[in-house]
Every structure is written in structure tokens, then in C-alpha cells.
Ligand binder design. Sequence first.
Ligand SMILES: [Zn+2]
Length: 338
Amino acid sequence: MRALLSNDALLCAAIFPKTSAYLALSRWKGMAMFHSASRHGWHPFMLKGQQLATLCVPHKSFYWISTDSDQLETSSLRPRRRRHLCYYFTQGLCTMENDPLHLEKFTHDYPDLKLSPLQLNNLQQQPFEFYLVLDLEGMVEILEFPVVMIDAKTLEAVDRFHRFVRPVKMSEKRIDEYIEGKYGRWGLDRVWHDTAIPFTKVLKEFERWLQSHGLWNARQGGKLKRAAFVTCGNWDIKTKIPQQCVTSSSYLPSYFLEWVNLKDIYLNFYKRRAGGMLAMLKGLQMPMVGTHHVGLDDAHNIARVLQRIMIDGGIVKVTAKKSMDNPSEVKFRFKNRV
Ligand SMILES: [Zn+2]
């Protein structure tokens, strides 16, 4: 308990006499986090901001949690409204970076993926120089195409590519409903409508981006150079991209013929089942950053799982391959697969 009390980020602590359990609340990277103590040590787990307000009352410099939370009415701990990442900015289109009202609602800082040199002690030589973490959104047609580029030596995020994608085989009315349902709940439908471009245009811009990093050459074609895609599951590159290429009457680019399914790497490295992104984060006791199901935010979280696997000494190899001659057949690396 003393160790946690000396922590600057600690907001409140409580002892439950009946069960001899301890609870402590700290603020970590802008998020409130509970820790519970057991014989096995401290375990962080999350609570929503509103619950904090009813659980906490100020006492001297600490906020004490009471077990009689229903008797508490006031709290000086007001959870700060989290700002969304500005998705105009992420696409290179923000014109309001000096507008105070805009800055009140949106941040232009990407999630912090930086690591200390000490965390790189177990780092193995990787088969690639860079990993491109890709996490598509959209079931009927692709709506968002985000990529986070991770350096395999420093594990830093060197760059991002982010575009919202406009469906081509849907009526305007259907698109409006679709986007309202998908992004409207976070107030992100406006930025989607303002910026979304057709998939074929996204591919062109993505290829320019790949070439600017020396990861692919249009004249030579073929696979990525020095880099591999990383996805959470096989769906994105095995299923969705080929489907969208058919819908958009586009060829399937040659760089989408192999990828790393991070769930397979996780399963075979930790020998622990990888249900999905949230399950992998939970298994590694890492809190999620950003908004789940916003593609770019999910890509950042998947990139954090990738970083962690490499920090722990994992080697991230391609797990699935197709050939141009028979693109419907996929060869998988592992017998044990998710
Ligand atoms: Zn902005």
C-alpha cells in the first residue's frame, strides 16, 4: 500500500475492512485506473468516469473511496472529457490547428507509443525493418484505411497513413445511415463526409506513401520491400481487400499477398489464446488508448501489442501467404492458429 501512496499519480485509496481488500485509484496517461490488491500483487482495472464521480470524495490531499458509495453525493473529482484525435489532421487536412474551440474538442497529438531504451533489452533481430499495422473499418464496404508504421529496431511509430473511404456501390441515403450509425456516436460523421475518398484513390495515395518510404516500387511491383503488414486476424487482407477490389473494379495490388496475423504470433509466443485486440491488451494488462472501432485508434492499439511482443523477445514473421496465380488459396505458417 505504501508504494502506491507514494505514487504522484495516485488519486485515492481505500481499505475494505470486511474483506481486507485494498483499492487504489490512480491517473495514468490521462485515464483513471483502479488497482486492486491480492496476494498476487496489484492489478489494474478500469472504471468509467461517471462511476468515479460517485465513488470519490475529497479528504485532505487524497480522494478516499468509500464502500458506502450510495451515501456520497459530492465529489471534486470531475473526470475531464477526453478529446478525440483530429481526423482531419491525421489525413493532412486540418486547417484549424490554431482555433481554440477546435483545440478544446480535438487533439493533434498521436497516442504516445514511445518506449525507453531499457525496454529494448530483449529485442530480437526481426525479419523486417518496418511493420505496417493495418486495421480496416467497414463491413459492407471499407470505410476507413489506417496504417501505423513501426520501426523494428527502435519500435517507434515513424509515420501513419490514414484515409476515410467512400463506398462506391451504395446510395447516398444508405451511406448517410451507415456513417451515422458507425461514426455518428462519436461526432465523427462530419469529418468522414468531409474527407472520404473512393478506395481506388486511397490505394493510389497509399502507394505514393509507400514509395516515399522506399517500401514499394510501382515499376517493379511485387511484395513490400523491407516491410510487412500486421493485422489483427486474417480478415483485413485475406477477405476484405480482395472483396473491395472487386466492388471497386480494381486490380488486387501485389503487396497484399502476404501479412502477419498478430493473433497467431501472440498465440504461439505467449501460448495464450488471442481472442481479439481487446483480449490481447487485457492479457498483457495494457489499457486501451483512443476509441475502439475508430480504425486509426485500433491500429495504434494493435501497434502497442506488436511493440510489446517484440519487447518481450518475440519474432514477428509473416504468418499468411497467397500467390498471384491462385489468390484464393492462403498458406499459413502456424499449425496453431486463431
Ligand atoms: Zn484539427
